[in-house]
Write a protein that binds this ligand. Structure first.
Ligand code: FES
Length: 300
């Protein structure tokens, strides 16, 4: 039977956390709005949201412990039990899954001998499935304490967790250098990341994202070396990594009753249909009831 009410922090810890909490609360016109950062703050103290942390948040914000508990159990970024210094999250949403995320998760589960939400015996690594982190252009993605490790393989992800357990320095593919879960939680609570160069390192988009942006803006995507069956290589711009299939296509091209003119003059070999989302699409062209025309193009 748990103690009621939950035990408080030791006096010195309480005084330190109260000072931090008041700084956070002062940023909001309504103190209740500070609940999410305060949950990160107490998570930074103990590595997870304890009953003591819930009591602290409730007292500082004038809420009930039931209200604080309801919020902390809703969001997956708050942990309810002790866990490792490094949260290794493998994205197993659709795109990452088919690009290797499922295989990576299964391999790490076997290699570490733990399941979802479980922690290695040395307290270093907690393994988790994670949802899409909007980094699909770098699939399959593994995140450690919410820093990106892009384009992973079973081998690279296995090496990653081995290095983390061995205390080796590991560097995310992009973004700020890695820090421990508690340190990450304090940054998420709204306190500045004071490590030299850390803030600057978070700027800018990755190469793959910038290619997508160019396509979305309607810029022509240069091709890369395309080898026709039985023919020599044609057309090259190898630095882009784009294939001939990445160029803009009219959606009506897939409608046999409304064939579209080729936009680029390219032809696709069987089995190499353009990927959805590769480029801007004239969606109205695929609707027989509302064929695309000059008025539509003018924003009718
Ligand atoms: S599906 Fe993995 S980052 Fe989007």
């Amino acid at each position: 039977m748990p103690q009621l009410p939950a035990p408080d922090y030791p006096a010195d810890v309480r005084a330190r956390l109260e000072a931090d909490a008041k700084e956070v609360i002062a940023r909001y016109p309504d103190s209740r709005s500070a609940l999410l950062p305060l949950l990160h703050l107490v998570q930074a103290e103990e590595g997870h949201v304890t009953r003591t942390g819930v009591r602290f948040c409730a007292e500082l914000l004038g809420l009930t412990t039931a209200e604080v508990t309801a919020v902390s159990t809703f969001y997956s970024m708050y942990r309810r039990k002790p866990s490792g210094d490094y949260q290794v999250g493998v994205c197993t949403n659709t795109l990452c899954a088919v690009m290797g995320g499922d295989a990576i998760y299964d391999a790490l589960k076997d290699h570490l001998d733990i399941g979802h939400g479980e922690t290695t015996g040395d307290g270093k690594v907690t393994l988790e499935h994670i949802e899409c982190n909007a980094a699909c252009d770098f699939a399959p993605v593994v995140m450690v304490n919410w820093e990106f490790f892009d384009n992973q393989t079973v081998e690279s992800a296995t090496q990653l967790v081995d290095d983390l357990r061995a205390g080796q320095q590991v560097a995310p593919t992009r973004g700020a250098p890695l820090c421990t879960y508690k340190e990450t939680a304090r940054i998420l609570a709204g306190f500045p990341d004071e490590r030299p160069g850390a803030v600057e390192a978070t700027g800018g988009a990755g190469h793959a994202s910038l290619i997508g942006l160019k396509l979305a803006k309607g810029e022509t995507a240069p091709g890369r070396v395309v080898t026709q069956r039985g023919g020599p290589p044609q057309d090259s711009a190898p630095e882009t990594g784009l294939s001939a299939n990445d160029a803009p296509q009219r959606t009506s091209a897939s409608d046999p009753e409304h064939p579209a003119e080729p936009v680029t003059g390219q032809r696709h070999e069987a089995g190499t249909a353009p990927r959805s989302g590769s480029a801007p699409q004239e969606t109205s062209a695929s609707d027989p009831a509302h064929p695309a025309g000059p008025a539509a193009e003018e924003g009718e």
